[in-house]
Design a protein around this ligand. Structure first.
Ligand code: ATP
Ligand code: MG
Length: 890
């Protein structure tokens, strides 16, 4: 079969589409062959059959053409790429083999169809350019990302070590990488990695392609200079890939925005996961995440912007206050908020609509939606123009800044109703606009004189036919004579068999059916011509008018894009205000000093998911006189993890400009937030969990600054108890002495609570429980002081561990406590550790053995030593240490 012309056509298409599965249109089906068929059978659950059941059967699988979108979305969801090869001529008219062409290549990062996209999530295609085989984590890497469905396009140069965090922030659906480069697997965990040839990342080709795309002679106007080579290489690789896979124009990627890392709050990839910011740890779904809990946006524009805000919160007090002012204003003014949100409900996804207009894929209905959105704007502008933040709303005034007119009226000013275009769209398009542009029915009467004439002619012709039927019936005396229509003959006269005799001689017979005869007349055909062509011509004219109207929308891209951005912002601010009112949030006071004062804080997700009123609020005081390191001990299930995450999430919310779930809050801006859940809480990641935990901990210790917020949950749990305690102990000391950052450390190692006595900035907190008749009641209340027990055995009983195991565990516990606790009831390890530290500030819990040189030094009699002998001794000691002297001793 491979020899047939059609299979040759298949082979050619297969070569052209690379690794993608080829969906080959054959009549009413899309068929897959060979390995593609096997993959599709597995992934899509299709039945595997075979073509050519002779000696070399070819595996084949397929599905009906109208199910294309649903199968495509399944393939994409499974991380596969697919190419669609269509029949591009009518098989009935084809001479010989039907012509076929690749019409689209679909991959997770290049989706544009609404049916395949989540309206509330951005869908980015990223590219990373790395020097081949670069191991230097400080080397400059290039990162670019683009969203085909909106036309946004960014690029940045950054140290290779930051790639994973930036990719986690962007969350691309697909990432392009040169075939000779390597990325750490964690960098592309939820991303499909697409290998591209190395030349696709060539700087010269990239620069030329970008200049051509943006029709400029240099990229300096966009803020890219000589040092930005890697960023441009990555951007070039994106263009190259799009040009290869997209059969439609990508002209809407009309500028490249330089992204400067480091302006936003830094949240690394592990922290994003631990805090479940946009997806949950266990299932990876949006539901249950912080984003899902706080999202009250009404438009896809707003939903996507909120996700962006939460992915990169702000670090400048003034910028945060500006947003907070707007949220406060909208929260305080219920009627303004309600009116704004009422309008937003009727706003369409202007950003994606515009992208479809630019790429020539917009439907008449899309244009109507642009029109309806524009029609909402004058009222919305009016609503926002006069608004002023009420008294007590402005925080920037409190913190010393001069309040401007505020974000809300500024957004109002930015909304551009494009009155001429709006009027044109309103007068042009019918209310219920069709999805296709070729079938007519798009324009209102009165919009185009020519169109009206053609439509009249078409309608008038039909009227003429009715009259003609009446006239002929009277003339022939055949009362039931009918004029009818079919595709083969067009209009014809039909006379039943019983009346056949009365047929006039000038009727021309065309067809005989069981009950009747069908005729035509020259007169009938003449009018038919007029009617039918008028109809056709009207449709053609409508299509032309549609293209012109689409172009008129395209002309206003810049104004419409700015308006879309303003609408998105308004939606997010109003949504945050709505959330604040609905959940009783409070405006945080934002300060630059590294402090934190939270009164009655709540966990933003549990606050919503727990039955109303059952979540126990807790205070948090950290920084300054409150100390910097909070050690939280307490029984299992008490709420330690919840508490420390809550503190991080409240800080994060405050820094996006949101009100926070608390009665009062003062938040010192953090430059970085680090959060880690212990190895025991996260098991499914392939690598040794303890190794992962330590790698991540190392990063925190090496990068946390005095302005950072660090949240550590049971660090050190993944190894033996003594190793674990030792590490946890040393980590707390380090964070306290060196980093000096706000730290919340939840732990089961009660030994650590002794650190509060030797380190001035360490405070012990525990979660209160009530013991009552051998029962433990969890109060979930954070109180000062160290916990005395873990109640692990109690929790095991709650979980249904057999009673005998429980009893035995109690016995063993008693025995262990006897062996390991000192007479004062404290762990012997802790007591020793503390003593060591007091004696020598440099020592950690378990000091390394001393070098013999130290002892020699200790025993030296300095009084009896001449300067010469001292020098000689020094040189001997140095020789013993085996140290190599620096080239130029100081
Ligand atoms: N402040 C609170 N108010 C109400 N319920 C809470 C509160 N904090 C925690 N809980 C409930 O207690 C459960 C256990 O909380 P969490 O996981 O924080 O405990 P933990 O102390 O970290 O336990 P473990 O030591 O086993 O890790 C939560 O799932 C939640 O249902
Ligand atoms: Mg916990």
């Amino acid at each position: 079969m491979a020899a047939t012309p059609m299979m040759q056509q298949y082979e050619d298409a297969k070569v052209a589409c690379g690794e993608a599965l080829l969906l080959f249109r054959m009549g009413d089906f899309y068929e897959l062959f060979f390995e593609d068929a096997k993959t599709a059978a597995r992934v899509l659950g299709l039945t595997l059959t075979s073509r050519d059941k002779g000696e070399n059967p070819v595996p084949m699988a397929g599905f009906p053409y109208h199910q294309l979108e649903s199968y495509l979305s399944k393939l994409i969801a499974s991380g596969l790429r697919a190419a669609v090869c269509e029949q591009v001529e009518d098989p009935k008219l084809a001479k010989g083999l039907v012509k076929r062409e690749l019409t689209r290549v679909v991959s997770p990062g290049t989706l544009t169809d609404d049916a395949l996209l989540d309206p509330r999530a951005s869908n980015y295609l990223a590219a990373v350019s790395l020097a081949p085989h670069a191991n230097d984590s400080a080397a400059a890497a290039g990162l670019a990302w683009a969203e085909l469905s909106t036309g946004r396009f960014f690029a940045a140069c950054l140290p290779a070590a930051r790639l994973a965090d930036e990719l986690a922030r962007i969350g691309p659906a697909e990432c392009l990488l040169s075939e000779d480069a390597e990325l750490p697997p964690s960098a592309t965990q939820r991303t499909m990695l697409t290998r591209r040839p190395a030349w696709a990342f060539n700087l010269e080709t990239a620069t030329t392609a970008l200049q051509k795309q943006f029709q400029t002679a240099t990229l300096e106007g966009y803020g890219f200079g000589d040092a930005d080579g890697p960023a441009l290489q990555a951007a070039g690789a994106i263009l190259d890939y799009l040009n290869e896979t997209q059969r439609a124009s990508v002209g809407h990627l009309d500028r490249l925005i330089p992204y400067r890392a480091g302006l936003a709050l830094e949240i690394d990839e592990a922290t994003r996961r631990s805090l479940e910011i946009t997806r949950t740890l266990r299932t990876g779904s949006r539901e249950g995440s912080l984003l899902a809990a706080i999202d009250r946006t009404l438009t896809p524009l707003g939903a996507r912007l909120l996700a962006e805000w939460i992915a990169s919160p702000l670090t400048e007090v003034a910028a945060i206050d500006e947003r907070l002012d707007a949220v406060s204003q909208l929260a305080a003014d219920a009627s303004l908020r309600a009116a704004v949100r009422e309008h937003l409900r009727e706003v369409y996804d202007l950003e994606r609509l515009l992208a479809r207009v630019s790429t020539g894929r917009a439907s008449p209905r899309d244009l109507a939606h642009v029109g309806r959105t524009l029609a909402k704007l004058p009222a919305l502008k009016l609503l926002l123009a006069g608004t002023k933040p009420g008294p007590g709303v402005l925080g920037s005034a409190l913190s010393g800044g001069t309040p401007g007119p505020g974000l809300v009226p500024a957004i109002g000013a930015q909304l551009d109703p494009c009155p001429e275009l709006a009027a044109q769209l309103a007068s042009a398009l019918v209310d219920d606009c069709p999805l296709t542009a070729r079938e007519g029915g798009i324009f209102r009467g009165g919009y185009s004189g020519n169109l009206d004439k053609l439509r009249d002619l078409a309608a008038g012709g039909k009227q003429w036919i009715a009259q003609y039927q009446a006239r002929e019936a009277a003339a022939t005396g055949i009362a039931n004579l009918k004029v009818a229509y079919n595709k083969v003959f067009g209009y014809y006269l039909e006379i039943t068999n019983s009346q056949k005799d009365k047929t006039p001689s000038h009727y021309i017979r065309k067809q005989t059916t069981v009950n009747s005869e069908r005729y035509i007349t020259p007169e009938l055909k003449e009018y038919e011509e007029k009617v039918l062509t008028a109809d056709e011509r009207a449709k053609e004219l409508e299509y032309e008018l549609f293209l012109a109207l689409r172009d008129a929308v395209h002309q206003e891209t810049r104004r419409l894009k700015a308006t879309a951005a303003a609408l998105a912002q308004l939606d997010v601010l109003a949504a945050l205000a709505e959330l604040a009112r609905e959940r009783g949030y409070v405006r945080p006071t934002i300060v630059a000093e590294p402090i934190m004062e939270i009164t009655d804080g709540r966990h933003p997700v549990l606050d919503i998911s727990e039955p109303s009123g059952t979540f126990v609020p807790n205070d948090a005081h950290c920084g300054g006189e409150h100390g910097t390191v909070m050690l939280i001990t307490g029984p299992n299930m008490a709420g330690k993890s919840t508490y420390i995450r809550q503190v991080a999430l409240i800080t994060l919310l405050a820094q996006i400009g949101s009100h926070v779930p608390a009665r009062a809050a003062t938040i010192g801006v953090a430059d970085r937030i680090f959060a880690r859940v212990g190895a025991s809480d996260e098991l499914s990641r392939g690598q040794s969990t303890f190794m992962v935990e330590m790698t991540e901990t190392a990063r925190i210790l090496n990068t946390a600054t005095a302005r950072s917020l660090v949240v550590l949950d049971e660090i050190g749990r993944g190894t033996s108890t003594y190793d674990g305690i030792s590490l946890a102990w040393a980590i707390v000391e380090y964070l306290h002495d060196r980093a000096g950052c706000r730290t919340f450390f939840a732990t089961h190692y009660h030994e650590l609570t002794d650190l509060a006595q030797s380190l001035p900035g360490v405070r012990n907190l525990n979660v209160a429980v009530k013991e009552w008749a051998d029962q433990v009641v969890f109060l979930h209340k954070i109180v000062p002081g160290a916990a005395d027990k873990s109640y692990g055995i109690h929790v095991a009983r709650l979980a249904g561990v057999p009673r005998s195991v429980n009893e035995r565990a109690k016995q063993i516990l008693a025995q262990l406590e006897e062996e390991h606790l000192g007479s004062d009831g404290r762990s012997k390890i802790a007591v020793n550790g503390k003593r060591k530290r007091k004696g020598d500030m440099q020592l950690t819990l378990f000091a390394p053995p001393e070098h013999p040189v130290v002892d020699q030094l200790r025993q030296l009699d300095l009084d009896g030593l001449t300067p010469l002998a001292a020098l000689q001794l020094l040189s001997e000691l140095q020789a013993q240490l085996g140290s190599t002297r620096p080239a130029k001793p100081r």
